[in-house]
Ligand binder design. Structure first.
Ligand SMILES: [Zn+2]
Ligand SMILES: [Zn+2]
Length: 341
C-alpha cells in the first residue's frame, strides 16, 4: 500500500512525507508544486534558481526551514548511485564551501598532559566575525607587551587555531575528571566497550610495516613466522623454491611455490613476451578453500602482436609448453597419491 504523498515528492524518491503540504516550491519558470517540508526541500535542492514560499496556513518559519535544509541537500538526492563531482551534482552548501579560501592547519595543537596517539584534523567553517572574536580573546590573554602590528601572519593563524583547540581540550579535561570519579553501571560499561570498538575502527593505530620472512630450513622442514601462530615449523616439499622475501602473514596464507615455467615468444611490437607461465603451488593451511593437494597456478598471455612467422613460432612454443604442462599434471597426480606431507 502506498500512502498518498505531496505533489513535490518526485516519483523516483522513495521517502515518505514528514507532514502535510506547507510550502510551494517554484522553478525559474514559475512552475510550482506544493509540498511537505521534507519533499519541498528535496525539490528545491534539485532546481536551479528555485524559490520557496509558505502556504497561507503553514506553521511559522516553514519556508525558511525548507530553504535552509535545501542548501545542504544534493540535487536529486534519491539518485544514490549518481556521481557527485560536478558543481551541478553537489549541494549549494558544498558549492559555496568549495569557493571558500582555506588557511591552516598552521601546526598540530595538543596539551602537555597527554601523549598523542593520532592526529585528528577538523575543518572549521568560520565567519569573519567568529575569527575576529577568537583573535580578540587570544589577544586579551597575551601579555600586554606586544604591538598588534608586530603579529606575523603565522602568529595570527596560530592564535585563532589555538583558541579553538584550548576550548575543546578544556572541555575534555573537565569531562575526563568527572569520569574518573564515577563508577559506571554494567549496562553503561557495555555501551562504552562498544564505543571503544567503534573508535578502534574509526581511528586505527598505525600498523607496523609487514615483516619479511627469514626462513630456516631443516630436514624436509621450514621454520616460518606467522601473524597468528608465531613461529611454526612445517613440512617443506622438495619442489618448493623457498620462502625468502615473502611477507609474514597468517598461517592460512603460507604457500609453497615451485619454479616458474614460462613459454616466451618473440612478438612483432614488444619483443619477447611471456606467452604463458605456470608453477606448482600449495597452501596447505587454507581454511576457506582448502587445498588438500598441490595445484598448478597458470597465468596467461600478455598483449602483443605477431606476424605470420612470429605466430608460427608462438604455436611451436605453445605445443612444447603444452607437453610440459601435461608432465606437470602427471606430477600433480603423483603428489596427490603421496598424500599430505
Ligand atoms: Zn511530501
Ligand atoms: Zn615451501
Amino acid at each position: 500500500m502506498t500512502a498518498r504523498r505531496c505533489p513535490a515528492a518526485h516519483f523516483e524518491d522513495p521517502t515518505p512525507c514528514d507532514g502535510p503540504p506547507v510550502v510551494t516550491v517554484l522553478d525559474a519558470q514559475n512552475a510550482g508544486a506544493d509540498g511537505c517540508e521534507h519533499h519541498g526541500a528535496r525539490l528545491l535542492a534539485s532546481l536551479e534558481g528555485g524559490r520557496v514560499y509558505a502556504l497561507p496556513d503553514a506553521p511559522a518559519g516553514a519556508a525558511i526551514r525548507v530553504f535552509k535544509a535545501a542548501a545542504g541537500i544534493r540535487p536529486f538526492p534519491w539518485m544514490t548511485e549518481a556521481p557527485r563531482t560536478e558543481p551541478s551534482q553537489l549541494s549549494h552548501a558544498e558549492n559555496r564551501r568549495a569557493q571558500l579560501p582555506v588557511y591552516g592547519p598552521t601546526e598540530p595543537l595538543g596539551d602537555e598532559e597527554h601523549t598523542p596517539d593520532v592526529v585528528v584534523r577538523v575543518d572549521f567553517l568560520m565567519s569573519r566575525e567568529q575569527i575576529t572574536t577568537a583573535l580578540g580573546i587570544a589577544w586579551a590573554e597575551m601579555a600586554g607587551d606586544r604591538d598588534p602590528e608586530s603579529l606575523t601572519v603565522r602568529e595570527v593563524r596560530h592564535e585563532v587555531e589555538a583558541y579553538l583547540s584550548v576550548q575543546a581540550f578544556h572541555e575534555l579535561d573537565a569531562q575526563m575528571d568527572r569520569d574518573r570519579q564515577r563508577t559506571f553501571p554494567p549496562a553503561q560499561q557495555a555501551v562504552m566497550q562498544l564505543l571503544a570498538d567503534a573508535l578502534e575502527r574509526a581511528y586505527p593505530p598505525r600498523r607496523a610495516p609487514a615483516a619479511v620472512q627469514e626462513p630456516r630450513y631443516g630436514e624436509g622442514t621450514v621454520t616460518l613466522t606467522t601473524l597468528d601462530r608465531g613461529e611454526i615449523t612445517i613440512p617443506e616439499p622438495e619442489w618448493c623454491t623457498g620462502h625468502e622475501g615473502q611477507l609474514v602473514g597468517p598461517l592460512a596464507e603460507v604457500s609453497h611455490d615451485g619454479p616458474h615455467m614460462t613459454a616466451t615468444v618473440e612478438s612483432q611490437d614488444v619483443g619477447p613476451v611471456p606467452l604463458i607461465r605456470a608453477n606448482l603451488t600449495h597452501a596447505p593451511y587454507l581454511v576457506q578453500q582448502p587445498e588438500p593437494h598441490p595445484l598448478a597456478y597458470v597465468e596467461g598471455l600478455e598483449a602483443a602482436s605477431f606476424d605470420a612467422a612470429g605466430l608460427r613460432a608462438l604455436v611451436t612454443a605453445g605445443r612444447t609448453y603444452l607437453d610440459r604442462l601435461e608432465a606437470m599434471a602427471d606430477q600433480l597426480d603423483d603428489l596427490a597419491e603421496e598424500g599430505p606431507q
